[in-house]
Every structure is written in structure tokens, then in C-alpha cells.
Design a protein around this ligand. Structure first.
Ligand code: IVH
Length: 701
């Protein structure tokens, strides 16, 4: 424990040190320490000031306006992922949500499922980490795994919104999670002020809150009236209650704000009633909300339910209907995506919908244009829901005598033929690698935030580098050097060096990001993660895919087998070889097609030659005696559902198979188990009942 005298001395030293580094960084463009080390100093200063408020110095770095932390915001890995929410739009969706929970937990009809209901705040989520009851770190959600460090900025938010210390009854380690937002009144006042001073005008309170928080200079954040509502937690050493209601009440008791709109109910009807009440009050609330969030109240049930992909099974957001407005469709443009997909985009006479000016809307595809019968000049109804791209929902002048608008048959970017494959809704440019639009889009995707995450290389830079022949393919990015960037418009010494550093850092992004970045069809972030967890390294994955490719060349159609049936049989066999949960025939087929294409292999080899070495992905599972083993569940399980059993097994690093074979290590048999149990016994495979399985789960580390 630091004494007051030691703290005073350290604060004095920190004030001098931070001022020195500020000067080196800002005044002389010559930082001596890394951003992370700099942030650590600022954080240490904040911790001491929170512990000894009486010692805050007049020249404290936390007070000095203009003392910016080093450069861009640093990244922080979340101790527990920050999840998002699945959406419900209709009342029935809420009933189905509760039914799914009942099925998963195997609850009887008569067991009540208590739910909490609270407003969904339209802000940005933030995780506040308290160690020994002192706020030590604040981070944005980012991609859910890694966020941005906004500690210095959050330190400037009022204590009544974000207390810098927690009372003695709070656990030693606790991450409070919630929403940072701006009040409507404050937002309007801010925009008036911005207008007067010629500053940026924000589209809505959410953007204003985000722009205010994600500042390099905390002095800017300090001048913005940000607020916070807690709605959950991350890593904790202890929980103050065993229900959502109890923990949230405790958090509010520690000094956080209460929306006043949180209830705990035990029927679907009651959640809907609360939804209607909040909907009725929505316009009069001082803050923006876009729905009502329901959560299972019991924490032991939350733990059993776990999450799928990025959202918990135990929570759902019941969204409010989207806002609508009328305007005129001026023009239809065609955008070419990274897979060659041609997307029609409606250019609209700008109109305000729910406080945001909308000038573009997606028209999805040719079918949608035909369904709506839209042509330039038509009056249309547009709708905007939350952050989703606005859509045209109705054409008010469909009957007017005007020529229909025809979808082009050629790519507007490379003039290659545009075709619609059988059974597909999309029309695609067939230009592939010769189509500049597809190439640029692929590069943009490669460097994007959820892929290789090369900070400082935005879409516009990619376009201009590509246009000037500086980069043709992903590997070229890794051959860039600061000298080549220097002298280009907008690239000064600092930004060039920073970009080269960001490129360098991205060389060792984890395998899942690398796979996602390659832009393989059907391989999204979730599938990329599944593959990375299963194979750990790029070499292991490639070796397995090569086996699959070799196997594929040996397969031939059986007599009388249709082309379609044969293709499906091949794809299924490929999926069996890839052996990854979540990778079915369609994905396996796409994956293998990608790796069978020599120019794709050339891209990967060129990346490697330029020093790209994706980091292995080590998936943390709980150690148990079934880790790495293959388990089969059979019979009618009574204590838990098959889905829960599967989730438990995967959390222990075990694989779940549907049928018993020599590769099976364990068969868990519920009542009424038949042939699978018998086969296991014949093969001498270990078998047990549900209670035996539950004991393994309970024993796991
Ligand atoms: S719970 C584990 N509750 O909505 C579930 N989220 O669309 C995590 N949000 O990223 C979220 N109000 O930033 C929860 N009352 C509320 C919320 C809320 C707003 C945000 C949150 C989340 C996003 C998901």
C-alpha cells in the first residue's frame, strides 16, 4: 500500500515526467516512449489521484488542458468478450425467445422464467475496470474481443455518472459495463455551440457521444457532457448477488445512475406490457433509446445458456419499429462489391428521418427493384432502423407512365458481362481479377477493422494507392515503405511512419483475422474463428485442406447419380474432412475451391514472402478428462438439452459426434438409449449416464 507521503512524491514525479513526454510528442514530434508506456503513466497518475484526492496537484496531468495521450487510441483486449444482442421485432419473437430458453434448459411448462426488461440505450458501450475499487481502465467495445483504451477520456466524465472509486463493499475486481450516451438537450446545445464556432455538427446524440469519447485529446472529452447507464458486467472477482436484478441494484448502489425503467417480470405478457409503456414514454425521455432489452434474471441459468457466436442466448433486444419518411428517388447507381456482386443504390433527395439526413438507400438487388417498380423520379417511402442502411419500403408513384429501369448487363466498372447464376438473387460481374472495383474492394476488406486491422489505411487511401499503382494485391501493402508514401498528398512524416508501424503490427494478426481477410466466400468472422480454433495454425489448416483437395480429385459420379447429387455428396465429404463445428458442405466447398485456385495460393505465398505470419490461435477451454476426446450423446436426455450438452462438451475442448465409431471415446446415454449404446458396449467404449457427465462438467478446471 502506498503511503500518502510516497504518493505525493510519486505524483510530483509523474507530473514532471508526463509533461516532458507531452512536450517531446507534441512540441518536437519526437516521442521517447511508446504509446502504451505513456498511457501506463497517465493511468498510474489517475489511480493515485483517485486514492488520494487531497493530493491532486495544480499542475496535474489530469487537469492540464491540451495534454493529449500518445497518438491514436491504444488497443486493449477485453478480459471477457463484450457481446452484442440478437434482435426481436414482433411480439411473437419474444415468446419464441423464452421458448428457446425453456427447451435449452429443459424447463417444464410450470416453471416461471423471470426476465428483466430495461431500455436499450442508443449510445456506445464501455467497459470500466475497477481494481481494488479504483477505476483503472475504460475501454470501448471494438470488435468485442479487443477495444480501444479510452481511460484518460473517461477520467474526465463527471463522478455522478462514472465514479472513479467504488465503496468498500464492492468486490476487489469488478468490470462495470454499460452505455455512454449524451442527453438530447446537451446534444442540441453542443451542436449550437459547434455551429457558432464553425466546428463539426453531429447527426445525432449517439454520434456526438462517440465522437466526444474517442478523442485523442481528453480535454475535448472533458468539455462534452457525457453520461453513463450501467447494464451489465465483465470480469469480476465476486458477484454481489445471484440475479441480474440483484447485481444491477448493487452497481447502482455503488453510485451509478439508474434509468428508472428497469423491471423484473415473470411472463412474456408482462415484458410486452413494459415494452409498450417504454414505447409510449420514448418521445419524452431525455435520452435516445431504440428498443427494450430482456435478460434471463437467474445468473446460474445465464451461465448454462452461454452464448452463440457474438450474442448471449439469455438476452434479446426488442426493437422499436423503424422511422419512415417520403422523398424522391433521383438516380439509381450500381456499386460493385468485393465478390463482384452488383448492388443498386438509390440516390435520394436528402430528407431527415429520425433526426438523421438520409441521401442514399440500398435497393438490394434486381428483384427488389422489380418488386418496388422504382424508376428515377418516383416518390418513395424510406425507412431507417438504428444503424442499418436505410431502405426503400414503398413506391408511391408506381403507376405513373414511365419506362421501367433496367438492371445493366455489364459491369459499370470493367465492362465485363454481369450474370445471374441459377438459383441466385444477385447479379455478379464476371471480371474477377481484371475488375478494378472488385480488386479495390478486396483490398479494402483485407485491411479493414475486423480483418487485418491496419489503422491509418482507410478505404480512400486504399483506393488512391491502388489507383496510382502503389498496391495491386495484399502482399504489396507489406512492401510499402515510408519513403514511398512521403510526398504524397496528405502523407507527412509522422503519418507515414505510423502507417508503416501499423502495417508491421498487422503481420502477426491471429489466424482467424487472416482467414477472414482473405475474403473467402461464406467464411465470415465466426467461421474463420471456428476454423482457427480447430486448426490453430495456418500450416495445419492448409495441410488438411490439401488432403481434402487430393481426395476430391479421386471422387467420380456414381452410375445414374445426377450432377447435383454428386456435387452435394462431394461437398459433404469435404465437410467431413474439414471436421470443424459450424463448417457445413457449402462452406467446405467454398473453402476448398479457394485453396484449389493457384492464384489464391500465390497471394498467400506472396504475403508470407513479405513477412506476414499469422499468429496461432490457442482456444482456451476448461481442462477436463474429456478435453480432446470425442463424445456422443444418445437416448432422451432429461437433465439438460442436447444443445446444452454440446455447448458443455465444447467448452471442455471435447468434440461432439452424432454416431458411434472406433473414433468415439465416450458415450453419454440417457434413458431409452438403444443401438448407439449397444454399439459402444460392443466396441468397448466407455459409457456413462447423465449424472456421470454432470460430474465431469463439475470437476473441470
Ligand atoms: S446488454 C451481454 N443492455 O446494445 C449482452 N446492451 O446491440 C450485452 N445496449 O453492445 C449487452 N442498452 O452496447 C445491453 N440495456 C442494455 C443496453 C445494451 C444498450 C447496447 C450495448 C450492446 C448493444 C447490442
Amino acid at each position: 500500500m502506498t503511503t500518502e507521503i510516497e504518493a505525493a512524491a510519486e505524483l510530483e514525479r509523474l507530473a514532471g515526467l508526463i509533461a516532458h513526454h507531452n512536450a517531446r510528442y507534441h512540441g518536437e514530434d519526437a516521442p521517447e516512449i511508446s504509446d502504451a508506456d505513456y498511457d501506463a503513466l497517465v493511468r498510474r497518475n489517475a489511480v493515485l489521484e483517485a486514492q488520494f484526492p487531497q493530493l491532486v496537484r495544480a499542475d496535474s496531468p489530469s487537469r492540464s488542458v491540451g495534454a493529449a495521450p500518445g497518438g491514436h487510441l491504444t488497443k486493449v483486449a477485453h478480459a471477457r468478450p463484450m457481446l452484442s444482442l440478437d434482435n426481436a421485432f414482433a411480439d411473437e419473437d419474444v415468446g419464441e425467445f423464452v421458448e428457446r430458453i425453456r427447451r435449452f434448459l429443459k424447463l417444464g411448462e410450470d416453471v416461471a422464467v423471470a426476465l428483466t426488461a430495461e431500455p436499450k440505450i442508443d449510445g456506445l458501450s464501455c467497459s470500466l475496470r475497477y481494481e481494488n475499487r479504483v477505476l483503472v481502465q475504460a475501454a470501448t467495445r471494438g470488435d468485442g474481443q479487443v477495444g480501444e483504451d479510452v481511460t484518460a477520456n473517461v477520467m474526465t466524465i463527471a463522478d455522478r455518472e462514472i465514479p472513479k472509486t467504488l465503496p468498500p463493499n464492492a468486490p476487489a475486481l469488478f468490470e462495470v459495463r454499460g452505455e455512454i450516451y449524451m442527453d438530447r438537450g446537451d446534444f442540441e446545445a453542443l451542436n449550437r455551440q459547434q455551429e457558432a464556432s464553425g466546428g463539426k455538427i453531429f447527426a445525432n446524440p449517439r454520434n456526438a457521444a462517440a465522437g466526444s469519447l474517442r478523442q485523442k485529446d481528453p480535454a475535448v472529452t472533458a468539455a462534452r457532457p457525457l453520461r453513463f447507464f450501467p447494464h451489465g458486467w465483465g470480469e469480476t472477482s465476486d458477484l454481489p448477488a445471484d440475479s441480474q436484478t440483484g447485481v444491477i441494484a448493487a452497481i447502482i448502489g455503488w453510485g451509478f445512475q439508474d434509468t428508472g425503467l428497469f423491471v423484473t417480470v415473470d411472463s412474456v405478457a408482462a415484458t410486452i406490457a413494459h415494452y409498450r409503456r417504454i414505447e409510449a414514454e420514448r418521445a419524452d425521455l431525455p435520452f435516445d433509446i431504440d428498443g427494450v432489452v430482456y435478460k434471463v434474471d437467474r445468473l446460474d441459468w445465464q451461465a448454462r445458456l452461454g452464448f452463440v457466436a457474438k450474442a448471449p442466448r439469455w438476452a434479446i433486444a426488442h426493437k422499436f419499429p423503424a422511422e419512415r419518411a417520403q422523398t424522391t428517388l433521383e438516380r439509381i447507381d450500381i456499386q460493385v462489391g468485393r465478390t463482384g456482386k452488383l448492388t443498386p443504390v438509390a440516390r435520394l433527395k436528402p430528407v431527415t428521418v429520425g433526426g438523421v439526413v438520409v441521401a442514399n438507400a440500398t435497393l438490394h438487388n434486381a428483384d427488389e427493384i422489380e418488386r418496388l417498380g422504382v424508376r428515377p423520379g418516383d416518390r418513395v417511402v424510406i425507412q431507417r432502423a438504428g444503424d442499418v442502411i436505410p431502405q426503400i419500403v414503398e413506391n408511391l408513384t408506381r403507376d405513373a407512365a414511365r419506362e421501367p429501369w433496367n438492371f445493366p448487363h455489364r459491369c459499370p466498372e470493367c465492362d465485363s458481362e454481369a450474370v445471374r447464376e441459377e438459383g441466385e438473387v444477385d447479379i455478379r460481374c464476371t471480371g474477377g481479377l481484371i475488375c478494378p472495383a472488385q480488386r479495390v474492394e478486396r483490398l479494402r476488406h483485407f485491411v479493414s477493422r475486423n480483418a487485418m486491422d491496419i489503422e491509418g489505411l482507410g478505404g480512400t487511401s486504399v483506393e488512391s494507392f491502388f489507383g496510382d499503382g502503389l498496391i495491386h494485391s495484399p502482399a504489396d501493402i507489406y512492401a510499402l515503405d515510408a519513403d514511398r508514401l512521403l510526398g504524397r498528398e496528405g502523407w507527412a512524416e509522422i503519418s507515414s511512419t505510423k502507417l508503416i508501424e501499423a502495417i508491421d503490427r498487422s503481420r502477426t494478426q491471429p489466424l482467424d483475422r487472416f482467414l477472414f481477410a482473405l475474403g473467402i466466400r461464406h467464411v465470415g468472422q465466426v467461421t474463420a474463428r471456428d476454423l482457427a480454433r480447430r486448426y490453430v495454425s495456418l500450416d495445419a489448416l492448409r495441410a488438411r485442406i490439401e488432403e481434402a483437395i487430393a481426395r476430391r480429385t479421386t471422387l467420380i459420379p456414381a452410375v445414374g447419380e445426377t450432377e447435383e447429387k454428386f456435387a452435394l455428396r462431394v461437398a459433404k465429404e469435404m465437410a467431413a474432412i474439414i471436421e470443424t463445428p459450424g463448417v457445413g458442405p457449402e462452406v467446405a466447398d467454398a473453402l476448398i475451391n479457394f485453396f484449389a485456385e493457384p492464384h489464391n495460393i500465390a497471394v498467400i505465398e506472396a504475403l508470407r514472402a513479405n513477412g506476414v505470419a499469422p499468429a496461432d490461435v490457442i482456444h482456451k477451454t476448461r481442462a477436463s478428462r474429456v478435453s480432446g476426446k470425442t463424445v456422443v450423446f444418445t437416448g432422451s436426455l432429461e437433465a439438460f438439452s442436447r444443445d446444452e450438452a454440446k455447448a458443455q462438451a465444447e467448452a471442455l475442448g471435447a468434440k461432439v459426434a452424432g454416431s458411434v465409431s472406433a473414433k468415439t471415446d465416450l458415450v453419454v446415454a440417457g434413458p431409452g438409449a438403444g443401438s448407439k449404446l449397444k454399439k459402444a458396449q460392443d466396441l468397448g467404449i466407455e459409457t456413462m449416464d447423465e449424472a456421470g457427465w454432470l460430474a465431469i462438467v463439475a470437476d473441470a478446471g
